[in-house]
Every structure is written in structure tokens, then in C-alpha cells.
Design a protein around this ligand. Structure first.
Ligand code: CDP
Ligand code: CDP
Length: 210
């Protein structure tokens, strides 16, 4: 079983993907972390995010980044990640890692922007998780605060809108709902409600395919 979870920034896709992985006993990959690791590598060791050549070169440095590094979640890294993820060369450099994870013998849950459309187009179940930009900005502010990185709501909202536009408007694997994905709007849902709804949608899909 392969579950694809896509959606914009702070829609709750990561929380939902982790919960689905636990519920169905599947390994989970947060693919945004790959793009964030490239971004952090450039931020820390130098590299111009305006250059595709330098961004592709930074893909080799992904393995050197500690996945628990708090700076991976900072707004500056989010913003660089969104810029460098528009380069076809960067997407190609990170493709194989994601495809082979999705093809693992035990099945998988992957979350990102292009899982249902590009990485795992034949996934057993696909979810497209959304929420209004205002709700997502509030969630991200609370999350950053909890991690000891206070931020301003207005700045985060502007950043989320800018990333939405870049992620949806780029030519290479834009953020888009796959035709056969289930839409899950979590704007009015608690975490528990969103997880329960996601499990229900996946179970219904599995039943329908059986
Ligand atoms: O958690 P959040 O949704 O804010 O971001 P993320 O999923 O960690 O992804 C960071 C950035 O990487 C996004 O703004 C996307 O531009 C990019 N990304 C992508 O292009 N394709 C993916 N499969 C995952 C992330
Ligand atoms: O992975 P993505 O960036 O889409 O979002 P996330 O990291 O799963 O969720 C962003 C923040 O919103 C986290 O702090 C979640 O705990 C919170 N959240 C929420 O408040 N309500 C939900 N229904 C889902 C997530």
C-alpha cells in the first residue's frame, strides 16, 4: 500500500501522513525535508539560490544535514527551499530517492507537493490536504513559537502566500491536486478530526479498489 499526501505549506499534511503511517504500519517520508536540506546546505555552506547550477550541486550535501536540525524548519530555509524546488535539475536530483522509497516492499506514506502526480502516480490512495492561508499562517506561527522561534503572523502569512504562488505556478511538478486525489480541507478541523477523516478516506479507497 502506498499513500500519497500532498498539499500547501502548513495544511497539516505532515501530521496526517505521520498518523497514517502509524495507523497502517507503513514507513513515512517527509519529502519537503529533502528540499529543506538542500536549502539549509546552501544557507550554511554558501551557494546562490538564484543559480540552478549551485542548487543542483548542493543536492550532494543533503546527506550531511542532520534531519533533527531545528534550522531546517526556519522561515528563511522554507523560503530558499521553495525557490530551489522550482529548478528541474534539483527535482531530478531528488527524484530517485523518493521513487525508491515509494517502491519499498513494505509500502509507504510520502507527503509533499507532487507525490500523487509525479512521484507515485499509481498510489493506492491519494489525499490533497488544504486549509485557508490564514489558518495555515496561524498554525505555522504557533508551531514556530513552540520550537522557540517566535515569528510575526503577518510575515508568515505573506511568506505562505508567496510559497503557494511559487509552488503552484512553477513549470516543474507544480503543486496540484491529482485528478484521483481526495480533497481534505482541514480549516475547521482539529488535528484529531483531520486524522480521523484521513484514515476514513484511505480506508474507503482501499475498499473501493478491493
Ligand atoms: O511544511 P511545509 O509545507 O511548509 O513545507 P515542506 O513540505 O517542508 O516543503 C518545503 C518546500 O519544498 C515547499 O515550499 C516546496 O516548494 C518544496 N517541495 C516540493 O517542491 N516538492 C515536494 N514534494 C515537497 C516540498
Ligand atoms: O506538513 P505541513 O506543513 O502541511 O503541516 P504540519 O506540519 O502537519 O502542520 C503544521 C502545524 O499545524 C503543526 O504544528 C500542527 O500541529 C498544526 N495542525 C493543526 O493545528 N491542526 C490541524 N488540523 C493540522 C495541523
Amino acid at each position: 500500500m502506498v499513500i500519497a499526501v500532498d498539499g500547501p505549506a502548513a495544511s497539516g499534511k505532515g501530521t496526517i501522513a505521520r498518523a497514517l503511517a502509524r495507523h497502517f504500519g507503513l514507513p513515512h517520508m517527509d519529502t519537503g525535508m529533502l528540499y529543506r536540506a538542500v536549502a539549509l546546505s546552501m544557507f550554511r555552506f554558501g551557494g546562490d539560490p538564484g543559480s540552478e547550477f549551485e542548487a543542483v550541486r548542493a543536492c550532494d550535501g543533503v546527506a550531511q544535514i542532520d534531519p533533527t536540525d531545528e534550522e531546517l524548519r526556519s522561515e528563511v530555509v522554507s523560503s530558499i527551499a521553495s525557490r530551489i524546488s522550482a529548478y528541474p535539475g534539483v527535482r531530478a536530483a531528488l527524484l530517485e530517492r523518493q521513487r525508491s522509497f515509494a517502491a519499498g516492499a513494505d509500502g509507504a506514506v510520502l507527503d509533499g507537493r507532487d507525490i500523487g502526480t509525479v512521484i507515485a502516480p499509481h498510489a493506492t490512495a491519494k489525499l490533497f490536504v488544504t486549509a485557508s492561508p490564514e489558518v495555515r499562517a496561524r498554525r505555522r506561527v504557533a508551531e514556530l513559537l513552540a520550537r522557540g522561534m517566535p515569528s510575526h503572523y503577518e510575515d508568515v502569512l505573506i511568506d505562505i502566500r508567496a510559497r503557494d504562488e511559487r509552488d503552484s505556478g512553477r513549470e516543474a511538478a507544480p503543486l496540484a491536486k491529482a485528478e484521483d486525489a481526495e480533497l481534505l480541507d482541514t480549516s475547521e478541523m482539529s488535528i484529531e478530526e483531520a486524522i480521523a477523516a484521513a484514515i476514513g478516506l484511505v480506508e474507503a479507497r482501499v475498499k473501493a479498489r478491493a
